[in-house]
Design a binder for this molecule. Structure first.
Ligand code: SF4
Length: 367
């Protein structure tokens, strides 16, 4: 059995020899949270082997470290690497940075999310080093060059037809829409929002005055329902204290101030703020979500960069090829999002069923 070691830099610092040894020294709560995480990793990557790397628990797959995890004084951490950029929406409720997700031991990461992160990381380390789109075969690039973004959107329109957007164009309701049911399916999110409208109301004052338990019943359609009920309360507080209860007035003002105001709300980053401005009818911004962004990158309209923010900025440039009208941009946003959900999935795109396959840089480059 592997024995615990002392750090060579600091001989007094204890270093575990095994994951069990590491977990044995933690509090019950942290141990239980990390055991759950360990089980989810094992089920997502059954071939991966446990190890200790950099003094903390890790899993190794085909000779490379797949993921790490550990506990700090006030939280637990999961280290799946740069793939967290692909999960921006799902991780919106967590403290994340540079390949790390921090979470409270009393709210362990959902097993399904861990499994998807691990699979994405496994796919990433198994893939040959990515070449830039223009470095792929001339055949792929020249074929992609024959399709414009307008044409791709038209083909997706034929495939999916009219899609439902958010059920409101009011900016504050759109903020609530983002926070009402974390990681719920579109249908469940819609149900939660309708329940919020019916049982609580969607004004800042109504939410701020909602009795205990009512908001939790609404957010229970998603995961982390307690945290997200609290986020709805935080939305109401910000709207009342910072925007006099009238976010719509701020959103009608200058664009930089409108974006800044929106970004002050829980779970709203730059892409989220632009999406709200799009569906509030304020600006014709494509604002692709993570699904839409992936489709744009695979089709070759936006180069995939290491940072999510840079890929998003590239997609912003690509969107200039679309008609600069709010309705057209809303439609393109929804079609790209739906395509990313339905066929152009993160880990296993269903290219064989995709109407864009003959002109897609990713599909052609993979042949
Ligand atoms: S061909 Fe494949 S990779 Fe390209 S858009 Fe379609 S599903 Fe995505």
């Amino acid at each position: 059995m592997a024995r615990a070691k002392r750090s060579s830099r600091n001989p007094e610092r204890w270093r575990p020899g095994t994951i069990d040894g590491y977990l044995a020294r933690l509090t019950l709560e942290k141990r239980a949270a990390l055991q759950k995480l360990r089980g989810s990793i094992q089920s997502a990557a059954p071939r991966a082997e446990e190890c200790i790397s950099y003094g903390i628990p890790a899993f190794r797959l085909d000779g490379r470290v797949l993921v790490w995890f550990g506990a700090a004084t006030r939280h637990c951490s999961f280290f799946p690497g740069a793939v967290i950029e692909e999960f921006e929406e799902e991780l919106a409720g967590y403290d994340t940075s540079k390949g790390t997700v921090r979470f409270s031991p009393d709210e362990p990461l959902p097993a399904s999310l861990v499994r998807r992160l691990v699979k994405a990381r496994a796919a990433r380390i198994a893939a040959p080093k990515k070449r830039p789109i223009e470095g792929r075969s001339a055949r792929a690039e020249s074929s992609r060059g024959k399709m414009t973004l307008r044409e791709a959107v038209r083909i997706l329109d034929e495939q999916y037809g009219k899609l439902a957007g958010p059920p409101t164009s009011d900016p504050f309701e759109l903020v609530l829409w983002e926070n009402v049911a974390y990681l719920a399916s579109p249908g469940k999110r819609r149900e939660a929002f309708e329940q919020l409208r019916k049982t609580v109301g969607t004004t800042p004052a109504a939410i701020a005055g909602a009795p205990d338990g009512l908001l939790e019943k609404v957010t229970a359609r998603g995961i982390l329902w307690k945290a997200f009920a609290e986020k709805l309360r935080a939305c109401a507080r910000i709207a009342l204290e910072e925007h006099g209860g009238d976010l719509a007035a701020v959103v009608r003002g200058p664009l930089p101030a409108a974006k800044r105001a929106l970004r002050a709300y829980p779970g709203i980053g730059e892409p989220g703020a632009e999406k709200i401005l799009l569906f509030a009818g304020r600006d014709a911004l494509l604002a692709p979500d993570s699904n839409g962004l992936r489709v744009l990158a695979r089709l070759g309209f936006a180069r995939e960069e290491k940072s999510y923010a840079k890929t998003y900025a590239a997609a912003r440039d690509a969107a200039k090829a679309l008609p600069p009208a709010v309705r057209a941009m809303q439609k393109a946003h929804l079609l790209l999002q739906e395509h990313g959900r339905a066929l152009c999935k993160r880990t296993a795109p269903r290219c064989e069923a995709c109407p864009l396959t003959r002109k897609c840089a990713y599909a052609l480059g993979a042949r």
